[in-house]
Design a binder for this molecule. Structure first.
Ligand SMILES: Cc1cc2nc3c(=O)[nH]c(=O)nc-3n(C[C@H](O)[C@H](O)[C@H](O)COP(=O)(O)OP(=O)(O)OC[C@H]3O[C@@H](n4cnc5c(N)ncnc54)[C@H](O)[C@@H]3O)c2cc1C
Length: 501
């Protein structure tokens, strides 16, 4: 059946007339392509705004009965948050925005999908607690990051990925049933992802998240860490020209530059072995220059200088509990930097980092990277050992120059970041490239570059890109990951009888 007046009325009966719309101006806002998405999305038929888990379940059951597809959305930051075909509705979860509980004792927060980082993080920090937030920005949904999407973030050196912190989950399955996982099974509360019997955390979330393929998450608990750094962060100025200042003698930011990636690798491993630092990352120089400048014109004025001064920058944030601890960490840090041939960048550049260390680490500035226009794409977003990730980084130079030297993509061949996790026990990588979506060959160039990157990984047996589900691309990559795409397909089909319809 296709979307009809009757389906609209059934949905309206669930959420109320106020919380459903098919007005053209509302639909238009939910199919607009963002700069990094090179195609226009088909229009959804309607937007529904449920207010509770029961309403979500009821909507899913109506959709199944009437053959309507649906997409769950909070922010709509990535292509999978839009309609991809006809007869699709958007289930917008922004009304479900309650922080249900912050449990200081057992250190978890219980949240609904519509809760934003800007809502949760200050509440948590006030209590001396913290959590690792993706760099998507203050408007992103912690629930989505923790239970549905990738989750790598800039503070994971001293913590980890959200996949490690997901606890109890409430989910509306594709069949419209309400499922509660982990310790909820035994009425023991939200504190634990496991319960008697097999854990469902891998199915609900896995490594890269399922983006809603096994159901709509309507509540989840995320584990909280002790906060490193001052409880208060002072803001000066007005966004986007603001500063976020940590007024604390225990907090310091240092930025070092390197000439080769093996030295960076040795430094990251040594820092982790000594368990010093709250945040460590080999950052990428193109977003960095975009964040450090205030307009596209200023970017072009400064790009040549900045890419030289910070060609391979290693950013280290020390957040100790006492001045004595900070001084101790500084001594070790500078020894490691000397031994690994790093050089401290001039203070005028380093000061920028000191002035923008907000709670996500520079994240509220990150949207500036979209300022150049054109289009951008992150690829190679996998994780493995620090050495493996650095080898992957080095291998980019073997194929990228064919594209940068010919103007097919933006000329920034070393534009990849490596972020260690759990004090360097493993690390993630991201190669971010920009291309011109107004160039008639732009899309083709982008696709060829992605293919060259994948070929390189296969040839060298690099675990550089996580497998996303199954299908043709996963099949190719699957050989690098014990053919896990076969299991992914079996799991998706078992949990979602409507998949592929
Ligand atoms: C500038 C920028 C920086 C980013 N940086 C990062 C980063 O550092 N790390 C990172 O991991 N990601 C990053 N992202 C990607 C992504 O936006 C984030 O993962 C984001 O937090 C997802 O949350 P959201 O609210 O934006 O979800 P949406 O964009 O609304 O949805 C994301 C996906 O999850 C599905 N979904 C939404 N809600 C639910 C639900 N309740 N149940 C099931 N499925 C659901 C959607 O259908 C969609 O497939 C970035 C994106 C941008 C634009």
């Amino acid at each position: 059946m296709s979307f009809s007046e009757q389906v609209y009325q059934e949905l309206a009966a669930v959420v109320g007339e106020r919380n459903i719309s098919r007005e053209e101006y509302v639909l238009a806002g939910n199919r607009a392509k963002t700069p990094e998405i090179p195609f226009a999305h088909p229009s959804p038929e309607a937007i529904v705004l449920p207010g509770s888990t029961e309403e979500v379940a009821e909507i899913v059951r109506i959709c199944n009965r009437c053959g309507i597809k649906y997409v769950a959305v909070v922010t709509g930051c990535i292509p999978s948050a839009y309609a991809t075909g006809e007869d699709t509705i958007i289930i917008h979860l922004k009304r479900m925005n309650r922080i249900v509980e912050i449990n200081d004792k057992d250190r978890y927060a219980l949240i609904e999908p519509g809760v934003r980082h800007v809502q949760l993080y200050p509440e948590v920090r006030k209590r001396g607690l913290s959590y690792a937030a993706a760099a998507v920005g203050p408007g992103g949904s912690p629930l989505v990051t923790y239970s549905c999407t990738g989750g790598d973030n800039h503070v994971q050196y001293g913590t980890s990925r959200p996949s490690r912190y997901l606890l109890g989950v409430e989910l509306v399955t594709p069949e419209g049933e309400i499922l509660r996982t982990g310790s909820l099974q035994t009425d023991s509360g939200w504190f634990c992802p496991e319960s008697p019997g097999p854990s469902l955390r891998g199915v609900v979330r896995g490594y890269s998240g399922n983006s809603g393929k096994v159901g709509i998450v309507t509540k989840c608990a995320i584990a909280l860490d002790m906060c490193k750094g001052p409880a208060e962060i002072r803001r000066e100025g007005i966004t986007p020209h603001h500063k976020m200042i940590m007024d604390s003698d225990c907090s310091r930011v240092y930025v070092f530059n390197y000439e080769n990636i093996q030295d960076v690798c040795d430094a990251i491993i040594a820092l982790g072995e000594n368990e010093i630092g709250a945040t460590v990352q080999k950052y990428f120089y193109l977003p960095l220059t975009l964040m450090m400048t205030n307009s596209a014109n200023e970017f072009w004025e400064k790009w040549d200088t900045y890419k030289e001064v910070m060609s391979m920058p290693l950013v280290v944030h020390l957040a100790a509990h006492s001045v004595r601890e900070r001084e101790y960490e500084e001594k070790i840090l500078f020894d490691i930097i000397n031994e690994t041939h790093g050089t401290r960048i001039p203070r005028e550049y380093e000061q920028w980092w000191e002035d923008h260390m907000d709670y996500f680490m520079i994240v509220s500035r990150l949207q500036s990277v979209l300022r150049l226009g054109g289009s951008w794409l992150p690829i190679k977003t996998g994780a493995e050992s620090v050495q493996h990730m650095c080898d992957v980084g080095e291998s980019i130079g073997e194929f990228i120059h064919d594209f940068t030297n010919t103007g097919k993509i933006f000329n920034a061949p070393e534009n990849y970041q490596i972020i260690p996790m759990e004090y360097g026990h493993f690390a993630s990588i991201e190669l971010l490239f920009m291309w011109d979506r107004f160039d008639p060959d732009g899309f083709k160039n982008m696709a060829e570059f992605c293919a060259a990157s994948r070929e390189s990984d296969l040839k060298k047996h690099y675990h550089a890109s996580p497998i996303m589900g199954y299908g043709k691309r996963a099949e190719k990559q699957g050989v690098l990951y014990s053919n896990c795409h076969i299991w992914a397909q079996l799991i998706y089909e078992a949990y979602n009888p409507y998949i592929g319809q």
